[in-house]
Design a protein around this ligand. Structure first.
Ligand code: F6R
Length: 235
């Protein structure tokens, strides 16, 4: 595991975008695993700049996102599909039909979970997975629990995650209580993993990367992956 400490959020974003850009240059039809949230916004801005400058070409890139809320339609500004379109896909030359997220409005979420896991495999697996991390150590929506979930599945969000995510909703009651997420096993199958964490995540990064490997701190499993880069930032 490589752990880099960037001077600032901007530098962390530039380094992360450099790693993702390198992946796209080396394998133009790569499969990128992507995340939403505050952490990757700067990274996506950098990728957009590189694409607009003609340095990166996303025309053959395929993407799979980690997760989506249950019950939100893609047009909802709080949906992760909307987030990805708004922060990345609408500003680079990616083909929308090559961008995938779990369908949180599928009538049968169990069947949707199976479909999404198979879809990732059918794309040839994830070349590089970008992750953020929750204050409780969650990755994707894999919340602390007593075993590592293997496949894409539906989750009940914890109170702390609902509270943390309520900043993006008008009222806390509007935050969906369920989501569909890649499992820990799905994430661990990625060839490379890149985790970015703001300075407010110092304590959980310490626990996850140097502490006991336990499903009570889901990100701690990354200690067992053979190619993980963690970028933190000082401020
Ligand atoms: C988002 C996701 C979450 C976030 C995590 C950190 O797709 O899967 O695990 O990465 O909650 O969120 P931020 O970056 O907003 O602190």
């Amino acid at each position: 595991m490589r752990i880099l400490e960037a001077e600032s959020y901007e530098k962390m974003s530039a380094i992360a975008a450099g790693i993702i850009g390198g992946q796209v240059l080396l394998k133009p039809d790569c499969v990128l695993g992507l995340a939403t949230g505050s952490s990757p916004i700067g990274t996506y801005e950098e990728l957009v700049k590189s694409c607009k400058a003609g340095v990166l070409d996303f025309s053959q890139v395929r993407t799979v996102n980690l997760d989506e809320y249950c019950g939100l339609f893609p047009e909802s500004p709080q949906s992760y599909r909307w987030f990805m379109d708004h922060h990345l896909f609408d500003h680079v030359n990616i083909r929308k039909e090559n961008t995938f997220l779990p369908n949180g409005t599928a009538p049968d979420i169990g069947a949707e979970a199976k479909r999404y896991e198979k879809l990732i495999d059918s794309l040839g697996g994830i070349d590089l997975q970008l992750l953020g991390i929750g204050h409780n150590g969650h990755i994707g929506f894999n919340e602390p629990t007593d075993s590592f979930p293997r496949y894409v599945h539906q989750v009940d969000l914890t109170e702390s995650t609902i509270r943390a995510n309520s900043r993006l909703f008008d009222r806390i009651e509007d935050v969906p209580k369920k989501a569909i997420t890649m499992g820990i096993g799905t994430i661990m199958k990625a060839a490379r993993i890149l985790l970015i964490a703001g300075e407010d995540k110092k304590d959980i990064i310490q626990r996850a990367m140097y502490g006991e490997i336990t499903p009570a701190v889901p990100a701690s499993v990354l200690q067992l992956h053979r190619d993980v880069t963690v970028i933190t930032c000082k401020k």
